[in-house]
Design a protein around this ligand. Structure first.
Ligand SMILES: Cc1ncc(COP(=O)(O)O)c(C=O)c1O
Length: 403
């Protein structure tokens, strides 16, 4: 059965659903493993925490980049040991710290947070190794730092380590993540180079670093014209940089965390035509759960309605670019028409495409949206107007469907 046959079959049961393809996740994660020997991978759970997806990615040997206590617990439930779970997020509460401290490696996001971890460690009468998320004195493109809500400024972190009175915490790792969805491998290679220099500095300051987490950045082509990320370029550059780094920090584990590269392309969102109407000469196709089932296409329309720019800057993971999603119908035949695709929510913002040409659609037909394997189900405001939730289906490599 090909994927379109699977979709058609499932649409007899569900009016809107995500379909994640295990073979695609296995291919993408394997590409990363093959391209970066000597690097360990973490999966950014926030991208798609579906249980089947987690089992698949963790089954490939990936650890977890957890952005909340909830994601730490999900990763534990999926069978990961503490050693493979890294909890990095701003604004952790004392409760978050208490409940995750023995289940994950905490990465402190501020100096105040280090003090909160010290307090919890005192309460529990333990000593903990923690990482620091650093806001470095560089960006992808420049050699100076910028203000950020994420992490601790590089100079403040260095100063803290030198003068720390927190005797219950030992800093043993660093984490940086500056930007997602970079399609230029040369830019990411330059960033990694700066990261290795930063790690050598903190290795000296901390008296040894057990890990260096390079964060993410690896982008994927969303639009038809986007060139795919050149993994082989980044792979060669990494091999060279890693060899140099290991002569100085031979025991430091080097990690990359990814979300979208592993899963985004594996998913489609399928929605059913509920109704059609013509109003003042415009044909509307009304679909099940668009804004509330997969918000990103309608958010893109909204962003574009506020600007005349042809390529407005992306705001990941909510807005990527003008044509980041394609709308595919499973209909064949010559009859085409110009339509506007809207959803069944009671807001006029629920529009996913305007004046596009598609085969004629009737109630019961399907529209399939690509790039829906990550930052999709998790972002959608499904509580609005108490609509039925889209199903999340998983097509196993053997061809079975798991819910
Ligand atoms: C700290 C951190 N790491 C990793 C990621 C994953 O990024 P991507 O899905 O682009 O790989 C994100 C995404 O927001 C992030 O905030």
């Amino acid at each position: 059965m090909n994927i379109y046959e699977v979709i058609t079959k499932q649409s007899q049961i569900y009016d809107s659903f995500y379909l994640y393809d295990e073979s695609c996740i296995l291919d993408n994660t394997q590409k990363l493993l093959d391209s970066f020997p000597g690097v360990e991978f973490l999966y950014s759970v926030k991208c798609n925490p579906n249980t089947n997806v987690l089992n698949c990615v963790f089954g490939q040997g990936f650890g977890a980049d957890a952005a909340s206590l909830g994601e730490v617990l999900l990763s534990c439930k999926a069978g990961l040991p503490k050693e493979k779970i890294y909890y990095s997020a701003p604004g952790k509460t004392l409760k978050d710290i208490r409940e995750s401290i023995e289940k994950s490696f905490l990465i402190a996001d501020s100096i105040d947070e280090i003090h909160r971890i010290q307090k919890v460690a005192e309460e529990m009468d333990i000593k903990v190794k923690i990482g620091l998320r650093i806001n470095p004195d560089f960006t992808y493109l420049t050699d100076s730092g910028v203000s950020s809500k994420f992490g601790i400024d590089e100079d403040q972190a260095a100063e803290f380590i030198t003068n720390s009175s927190c005797d219950r915490v030992r800093i043993n790792g660093i984490h940086v993540h500056l930007k997602s969805q970079e399609l230029d491998a040369n830019i990411l290679a330059g960033y990694h180079k700066k990261m290795f220099v930063l790690a050598e500095k903190f290795d000296k300051l901390c008296g040894g670093l057990e890990y260096l987490n390079l964060g993410s950045g690896i982008g994927i082509p969303y639009e038809e014209g986007d060139a795919p990320f050149d993994l082989s370029y980044l792979s060669s550059s990494m091999e060279k940089e890693l060899a140099g780094f290991k002569t100085i920090c031979s025991d430091t584990k080097v990690m990359i965390e990814v979300g979208r590269f592993a899963v985004c392309k594996s998913g489609v969102y399928v929605t059913k035509v509920l109704d059609r109407k013509v109003s003042h000469g415009k044909t509307y196709i009304i679909l099940k759960n668009t804004m509330n089932g997969f918000i990103r296409p309608s958010l893109a329309k909204m962003v574009l309605s506020y600007t005349n720019e042809l390529s407005p800057k992306g705001t990941e993971p909510l807005f990527t670019s003008r044509n980041a999603f394609s709308f595919i119908t499973l209909k064949e035949g010559d009859e085409e028409e110009t339509v506007t695709l809207v959803g069944n929510l009671c807001t006029s913002a629920d529009v996913i495409a305007e004046d596009i040409t598609l085969p004629r659609l009737e109630a019961g037909d399907l529209v399939v949206i690509n790039n829906a394997g990550g930052y999709a189900a998790v972002l959608s405001p499904i509580q609005f107007s108490s609509q039925e939730k889209p199903a999340e289906l998983f097509l196993t490599a053997k061809g079975d469907i798991t819910v």
